[in-house]
Design a protein around this ligand. Structure first.
Ligand SMILES: Nc1ncnc2c1ncn2[C@@H]1O[C@H](COP(=O)(O)OP(=O)(O)OP(=O)(O)O)[C@@H](O)[C@H]1O
Ligand SMILES: [Mg+2]
Length: 454
């Protein structure tokens, strides 16, 4: 903060040192956080740079003097009945052990589809390790996927963090960069654990990261935070839907062990109908718990109707707690072309498709379609399962079909399906993908040009 203010005033280190009657070396050490200034020096700097007492308060905070820094413990309550995720928790433990050995800072980015359990596993791990951080634990829900579409501003989050340390309002600078500087200077003294939940993207969290050794930042996002991996060396881990055993454990924990034991086959089917997505399974299981006279087979039957499935997977008490609402907030973030692609993929009847089949559906050149699919993969609205293989879980497909029915005309949908069938007929004939360079189209169906032919 001292350095930023000095530089913004166009004052060199030497000039300031001369005016304050201190050596430039000492001022430099203070600026770099390697020395804590006395009250007299802090006051002199504050007056010289017209900081209204902020530097004095900061210097005191640094010494744990008049302003005793608090040890924040901001973790909200985690999910009741947490199940599974042991492998992921072990991976997180491994990364922490590694960072401790190397005495370095650790930044982890957890990504994954909506409702897959990113925030839940982040909180669980944070509770497990919270005690190891003498500086305390900070948590914020950045609301990167809030229905209101208003992610929190970094400057506001920093203000909230600084006050959580007990910094008086007067010591909180007005500007984001200065707030970040004070935050980092606090973190450098005592390692902190920082949970940045539901980030909109890498740039959303960059101003909040600390580089001090011993500090750990855990970020969750629906978006793959590749930018954070490149810029801040973050370790990226992806949270996937649960496996069959974890899914049954979750249903058992919420709906009750007796019911699950009485209907093991129906329970397995229920997990599949929920695409093994914790949010969907949780809602389905809470429904069972609310209606104790219904059987699990009844719950499965309710979900058999694809058109009705997303209506069922909505919490009775809180309509925002719904699979459709979660997917909608991801969908709304897409640009026009990617959103159109997502909708048309809803018309594809199977689970897995190739880029060429997608190109036929969306009626775009193959290379362009690949890029659109990459956009969907980056926000977990589609999964890349192998070279040129893409898959989405059933609930995503249902939601995409819903969007297509609502936002595309029946003719546009029929045309898309006709192109897809045309493409199938064509590939079955000679295995030539559509839209490859040199291909031509006739009657909306991609036609292969025979090399050297007409
Ligand atoms: N391991 C788990 N054990 C029990 N319940 C879980 C587990 N993981 C997730 N859930 C439940 O699933 C629901 C969704 O989880 P969560 O909010 O963590 O998902 P998310 O991936 O963070 O979603 P979003 O993308 O919307 O932020 C929550 O109600 C949570 O309680
Ligand atoms: Mg979350």
């Amino acid at each position: 903060m001292l350095r930023q203010r000095r530089e913004s005033r166009g004052m060199s280190l030497r000039q300031m040192a001369r005016l304050l009657h201190y050596s430039p070396g000492w001022i430099s050490r203070v600026e770099n956080g390697r020395a804590i200034p006395t009250d007299d020096l802090a006051r002199a700097c504050d007056e010289l740079l017209a900081m209204d007492g902020k530097l004095i308060a900061l210097a005191r905070a640094d010494r744990g003097g008049a302003v005793d820094l608090l040890r924040p413990a901001q973790l909200p309550p985690g999910a009741s009945a947490f199940v599974g995720r042991q492998e992921l928790l072990r991976e997180l433990d491994g990364l922490l052990a590694d960072a401790n050995r190397r005495e370095s800072v650790l930044t982890i980015a957890l990504d994954g589809p909506a409702g897959v359990g990113k925030s839940t596993v982040a909180l669980r791990w944070a509770y497990d390790i919270a005690e190891r951080f003498p500086g305390g634990v900070l948590f914020t829900d950045l609301q990167g996927n809030s229905p209101a579409g208003r992610p929190l501003e970094a400057a506001d989050v920093l203000e909230q963090f600084l006050t959580a340390f007990g910094l008086p309002a007067a010591a909180v600078p007005a500007d984001e960069a200065e707030r970040a500087a004070v935050f980092r200077s606090i973190a450098v003294r005592r390692p902190i654990l920082l949970i940045l939940d539901n980030a909109a993207g890498s740039r959303h969290v960059e101003p909040l990261l600390v580089g001090a050794r011993g500090c750990v930042a855990l970020v969750t996002s629906r978006r793959r935070l590749t930018g954070l991996a490149v810029k801040a060396g973050a370790h990226r881990l992806t949270v996937r839907p649960m496996d069959q055993r974890e899914s049954v454990d979750l249903l058992r924990a919420v709906a009750g062990p007796e019911r699950v034991a009485a209907e093991p086959t129906a329970t397995a089917v229920l997990a599949r109908r929920c695409a093994h997505l914790p949010l969907a399974m949780r809602i389905a299981a809470e429904r069972l718990a609310t209606f104790p006279h219904r059987s699990i087979a009844d719950a499965v039957a309710e979900l058999d109707d694809r058109k009705h499935r997303l209506n069922v997977l909505t919490d009775i008490d809180d309509p925002h707690l719904a699979v459709r609402a979660a997917l909608a907030s991801s969908y709304r973030e897409l640009d026009v072309e990617a959103a159109r692609t997502f909708r048309f993929l809803g018309l594809f009847p199977g689970a897995t498709l190739s880029a060429a089949a997608a190109a036929a559906l969306v009626d775009r050149p193959l290379g362009h379609t690949r890029r659109l699919l990459e956009v969907l993969v980056a926000v977990h609205l589609l999964e890349e399962t192998g070279p040129d293989r893409y898959r989405r879980h059933d609930l995503l497909r249902d939601y995409a079909a819903e969007r297509a029915a609502e936002e595309e005309s029946p003719t546009a949908c029929q045309e898309a399906v006709r192109r897809l069938i045309g493409w199938y007929v064509h590939t079955a004939r000679d295995w030539s993908p559509p839209h490859e360079p040199g291909s031509t189209r006739r009657n909306g169906v991609p036609q292969r040009r025979v090399p050297g032919g007409q």
